[in-house]
Ligand binder design. Structure first.
Ligand SMILES: [Zn+2]
Length: 483
């Protein structure tokens, strides 16, 4: 039995697993954490959404040192297997051990980020640990877009050094995370009746890999919306008088679109040139994306004639805008070889949407200034074609810090215990560390300890030996931070 409840972090993980804590439903978990602080005579502050800060004075002789923040999120992803009866609003998780792993029967395990929560509680109640004043931050609604942490104010955090426990790995230090701007571009369209003598065709781009833009945008994958716009533009450049009735593709701002479809009209005379353009483009695009999207298809098939098509000017300006908007990776990191620093993803287009066009995009960058620059170019391109941009959400990034005392401590410890160097990685996705960095830009941050596997799925599991090792490593790191 490795999941031994005599170990306090196992005890707290087990307790936490009995409390419902899907994102937005953390109330009971927040009460449990506040009660823990009360029992242990610790300062505790909870804000209106439930973010909880617990502070503990430094151990003897370390009372006057600066605060050290440790941080994890209380909420979890709530997934269950088909056929499993489980109410995430009230039922405890059904934990069990198998082959050295801790798992939850039929559901997510919540080790993301329950591991971090359990570690913080075990550390807070440990009276033997040597440490600086500690500031443990338990956030809520992380999994729905860093919603809880975004509500925190600079005055809520006293620390200027932070160990985040929601990324990296056992010996991997996550050292930067991208911020994001999620937005929409709306363009009013003018329509006219379709000429009944024309022929209608559907052009469909499909078979691309797509994927999450915060994870795979650096892998050179094609964007189906952009490819479709290119095919239509090729027709335009060759003098074909195509008309457009529909253009749809993609699933959301943060997904690279893997398919897109257009409904076009052309004269009977032009139809063979239209088909030739499709096959010429298919050949070129297959060559260009042979290494990233080997399954690309562009198909054309006869369709029913629609009632209306876009007026020529509306179509021309919509197409030009699609071609000119920034899309894909803009810059890659030099210190973190190849990691995308800045990108934009044109993720989804709907046309018509109440007679107009709507295009969803997501800008990401480690640097706020770079995000602002991409946004200003998105706005410039949109304005040039009479479209309007609105921002629905934005969150800050955490840029790579060349000098980090925390990272140096971590490197020294890993070398001593594991006899190898740490790995340094970054993410192009969002992380709460971006918010800590924006609240106090001088904060030294390291993000470590994410040891659970298959997160966000019902196959989520926690390797128990690593659970033990990582706790010891974290305690040593905290001791090292006490001067
Ligand atoms: Zn997490």
């Amino acid at each position: 039995m490795k999941f031994d409840l005599k170990k306090r972090y196992c005890f707290y993980f087990n307790e936490l697993s009995m409390i419902p804590r899907g994102s937005g439903d953390e109330k009971k978990a927040c009460e449990w954490v506040a009660e823990f602080a009360k029992q242990n005579n610790l300062y505790c502050h909870q804000d209106s959404v439930g973010n909880t800060v617990i502070r503990k004075p430094g151990s003897k002789g370390h009372e006057n040192e600066p605060y050290l923040m440790i941080q994890a999120h209380l909420d979890m992803i709530t997934e269950k297997d088909p056929g499993i009866v489980h109410d995430f609003k009230k039922d405890p998780l059904d934990l069990y051990e198998e082959d050295g792993y801790l798992k939850a029967r039929g559901t997510t395990l919540g080790a993301d980020d329950g591991v971090g929560v359990a570690y913080m509680m075990a550390i807070l109640e440990d009276v033997n640990l040597v440490h600086s004043p500690l500031e443990c931050v338990f956030t809520v609604q992380e999994e729905t877009g860093l919603v809880g942490a975004m509500k925190m104010k600079p005055r809520d955090i006293l620390s200027r050094r932070c160990i985040s426990l929601d990324g990296g790995g056992e010996t991997t230090a996550m050292s930067c995370a991208a911020g994001g701007i999620k937005g929409e571009i709306r363009k009013k369209l003018i329509w006219k009746p379709a000429d009944r003598r024309m022929q209608a065709y559907t052009i469909e781009v499909s078979g691309l890999l797509g994927g999450h833009s915060g994870v795979v945008i650096g892998e050179g994958r094609g964007n189906a919306i952009r490819i479709l716009a290119r095919v239509l533009n090729d027709m335009k450049q060759n003098g074909l008088k195509i008309q457009l009735a529909e253009l749809n593709g993609g699933r959301g701002d943060n997904m690279i679109p893997s398919d897109a479809e257009a409904l076009i009209l052309c004269t009977e005379k032009e139809s063979s040139a239209v088909k030739k353009t499709v096959s010429r483009q298919l050949k070129q695009i297959r060559d260009e994306f042979a290494d990233s999207d080997s399954g690309i298809q562009i198909r054309i098939r006869k369709a029913a004639l629609p009632k209306e098509v876009l007026d020529n000017d509306s179509y021309a300006s919509m197409l030009a805008m699609l071609l000119l908007l920034p899309n894909g990776v803009e810059a890659v990191s030099i210190p973190l070889e190849g990691l995308p620093v800045t990108s934009n993803n044109l993720g989804r287009i709907v046309l018509p949407q109440d007679g107009n066009m709507i295009l969803y995009f997501r800008i990401r960058s480690l640097l706020q200034s770079a995000m602002d620059d991409v946004l200003s170019r998105v706005c410039t391109a949109a304005e040039a074609f009479d479209a309007k941009v609105s921002i629905t959400t934005q969150y800050p990034g955490w840029n790579y810090q060349k000098v980090s005392v925390l990272r140096d401590h971590f490197q020294k410890l890993v070398k001593e215990i594991y006899h190898h160097d740490i790995e340094i990685e970054g993410t192009h996705g969002g992380n709460e560390t971006g918010i800590w960095s924006s609240l106090h830009p001088e904060t030294d941050i390291i993000c470590i300890g994410s040891i659970e596997e298959n997160i966000h799925t019902t196959k989520e599991k926690l390797y128990l030996e690593a659970f033990d090792r990582e706790y010891k490593l974290l305690c040593r790191l905290i001791e090292m931070c006490a001067e």
